[in-house]
Design a protein around this ligand. Structure first.
Ligand code: NAD
Length: 428
C-alpha cells in the first residue's frame, strides 16, 4: 500500500517516533539558513511514497506467519532511492520515514547520485532460523519487486540484516525479473558482487573525518586521545584506523562494559563484536562501566554504538574536546544544545559515518560496470570522497558563526537537493 501525502493530510499518521520528529526539526533548522522555495521545502517535509506490504512466510514447524514490512522512499530528485532494510520488532512506518529523510541528506552531503529511503520488517531476527530468514527475505523481495530496482530503489543491510540477506534478496529479485541484477541491493558478500572494503567503510570514514577535524582545529592526530563507545563494525574499524595513524585509543566499550588505559589500548587485539560478540570487558581485568567512557577526559569522543547515548543527563559531564558521531543519532537534540553551549563541537553522523553509503555507491558502480575494484582503490576513492564532503561542510561552517557542524552539513545537503528540484521543476 502506498500512502500519498496531500496538503490536508499529513504524510504520516499520529504517534510519530522521535526519529521522525527529530528529522523534521533538523530540516526546519537547516531551512532557516538556506533560501529554499517554500513549495520545495513543503515537498521535502513528506516522503514521496511509503509502501506497506504483508509478508507471509513459513516457520520451520509448518505454521504460516504474517509479517508487516515498510519501505519509505523520501526523495529521488538526485538519483534512485537508497537506504537500509532492517529486521527489528520495533520497526514503524514513521521511523522508516524519518530514517529515509536522513538518507536523503547523507547521500546529498556526500554528493552521491542517490536519494533517500529506508525500510524494515517488523520481526525479531533472533527468532528466525536460517531457513526462516531465507524464506522471509525471498518473499519480501517478491512483495517489493515493483518498487525496488538498480535504477529505482536500492536496499542495503541495516539492523538485523547483513550480506546473507542481501544475497538472498538479490537472487530472488534476479529470478523474478529474469536478469542477473546485482545492483538491486548493496552490502552483498564480495563473491556475489559485493565490494571490498564495504564492511570497514563507515568506521574508516569516521576515522578520516576525525583526522580532518583535528587538522581543522590545529590539533595533532599523533598522540590524540580517543574514546570509542561500541566496538562493532563502526567503532572497531574507526578505532583501528585511528590507532594505525598514530592516535592513542585510550578507551573502548561494548554492551558489557569498557576498557580504559591512559597510555593507549592494543585495539587490534581486542575482539570486535563481529570477531567475538560482547568480549570487550573480558579482554582485561580492569574494566570500567560503559557509561563512564562517555565522560572521560579525552580529546575526541566517538559514540559508535546506539542512538541517544549522549543525553541531557550526561552531556554536562562530557569532558572530551570534540564529539564525532559514529552511530546514527547518538546525540539527542537536548544534549547537542548543551554541548554547543559548552563549545564542544559535534561532527554529525550524516557526514562522519557516510563511508558506508559511499562504498555502497562504489559497489553499485562495480555491479553496473561488471568490473571489480581493488581494496586499495576503494580506500583511495573513499578518502577522496570524504575529503571533498568535509571541505564542503567546513566551508559552510567557517562562513557563518551561527551554524553548528550539523547545521552546516544540512545546509550543504538541503541546498543540493533543493537546487536539483528547482532545476528539474514539477512534472506535469
Ligand atoms: P554492531 O552491531 O556491529 O556493533 C555495535 C556495538 O555497540 C557492539 O560492540 C555492542 O556491544 C555495542 N553496544 C551496544 N549497546 C551499547 C552500550 N549501551 N554501550 C556500549 N556499547 C554498546 O553495530 P554497527 O554496525 O557498528 O552500528 C553501530 C551504529 O552505527 C548504529 O547506530 C548503526 O545504525 C550505525 N551505522 C552503521 C553502519 C554500518 O554499515 N554498519 C553505517 C552507518 C551507521
Amino acid at each position: 500500500m502506498a500512502t500519498q501525502p496531500t496538503p490536508e493530510r499529513p504524510a504520516v499518521e499520529e504517534g510519530t517516533t522521535d526519529i521522525l520528529e527529530t528529522a523534521l526539526a533538523q530540516l526546519e533548522r537547516a531551512a532557516s539558513h538556506v533560501s529554499v522555495d517554500p513549495a520545495i521545502l513543503e515537498r521535502l517535509r513528506h516522503p514521496a511514497r511509503v509502501h506497506r506490504v504483508t509478508v507471509p512466510f513459513e516457520r520451520d514447524d509448518g505454521t504460516i506467519e504474517i509479517a508487516t514490512a515498510y519501505r519509505a522512499q523520501h526523495d529521488s530528485v538526485r538519483g534512485p532511492f537508497k537506504g537500509g532494510m532492517r529486521y527489528h520488532p520495533d520497526v514503524t512506518e514513521a521511523e522508516c520515514i524519518g530514517l529515509a529523510m536522513w538518507m536523503t541528506w547523507k547521500c546529498a552531503v556526500m554528493d552521491l547520485p542517490f536519494g533517500g529511503a529506508k525500510g524494515g520488517v517488523v520481526v525479531d531476527p533472533k527468532s528466525l532460523s536460517e531457513d526462516e530468514a531465507e524464506r522471509l527475505t525471498r518473499r519480501l523481495a517478491q512483495e517489493l519487486r515493483t518498487v525496488v530496482g538498480p535504477d529505482h530503489d536500492i536496499p542495503a543491510p541495516d539492523m538485523g540484516t547483513g550480506g546473507r540477506e542481501m544475497a538472498w534478496f538479490m537472487d530472488a529479485y534476479s529470478m523474478q525479473t529474469g536478469e542477473n541484477a546485482p545492483g538491486v541491493v548493496t552490502g552483498k558478500p564480495p563473491v556475489v558482487g559485493g565490494s571490498h572494503g564495504r564492511e570497514e567503510a563507515p568506521g574508516r570514514s569516521v576515522a578520516i573525518i576525525t583526522r580532518e577535524m583535528l587538522e581543522y582545529y590545529d590539533r595533532p592526530l599523533e598522540g590524540a586521545t580517543i574514546a570509542v563507545q561500541g566496538f562493532g563494525s563502526v567503532g572497531a574499524n574507526a578505532a583501528r584506523a585511528l590507532d594505525s595513524w598514530g592516535a592513542d585509543v585510550v578507551a573502548v566499550s561494548d554492551v558489557t562494559g569498557g576498557l580504559y588505559d591512559p597510555d593507549g589500548l592494543p585495539v587490534s587485539n581486542i575482539p570486535t563484536h563481529q570477531e567475538e560478540p560482547e568480549a570487550v570487558a573480558n579482554y582485561a581485568s580492569d574494566s570500567i562501566p560503559n557509561e563512564e567512557l562517555l565522560t572521560l577526559d579525552v580529546d575526541v569522543l566517538i559514540p559508535a554504538a546506539v542512538s541517544n547515548s549522549l543525553t541531557a543527563a550526561n552531556a554536562p559531564d562530557v569532558q572530551a574536546d570534540f564529539v564525532v558521531e559514529g552511530a546514527n543519532g547518538p546525540t539527542t537534540t537536548a544534549a547537542e544544545t548543551i554541548l554547543t553551549e559548552r563549545t564542544i563541537p559535534v561532527i554529525p553522523d550524516v557526514l562522519a559515518n557516510a563511508g558506508g553509503v559511499t562504498v555502497s555507491y562504489f559497489e553499485w558502480l562495480q555491479d553496473r560496470s561488471r568490473r571489480r575494484w581493488s581494496l586499495e582503490r576503494v580506500r583511495n576513492e573513499l578518502n577522496d570522497e570524504m575529503l571533498t564532503a568535509w571541505n564542503a561542510v567546513a566551508r559552510e561552517y567557517t562562513s557563518s558563526d551561527e551554524l553548528t557542524w550539523r547545521e552546516a552539513a544540512y545546509v550543504v545537503a538541503l541546498s543540493r537537493v533543493a537546487s536539483a528540484h528547482d532545476a528539474r521543476g514539477l512534472w506535469p
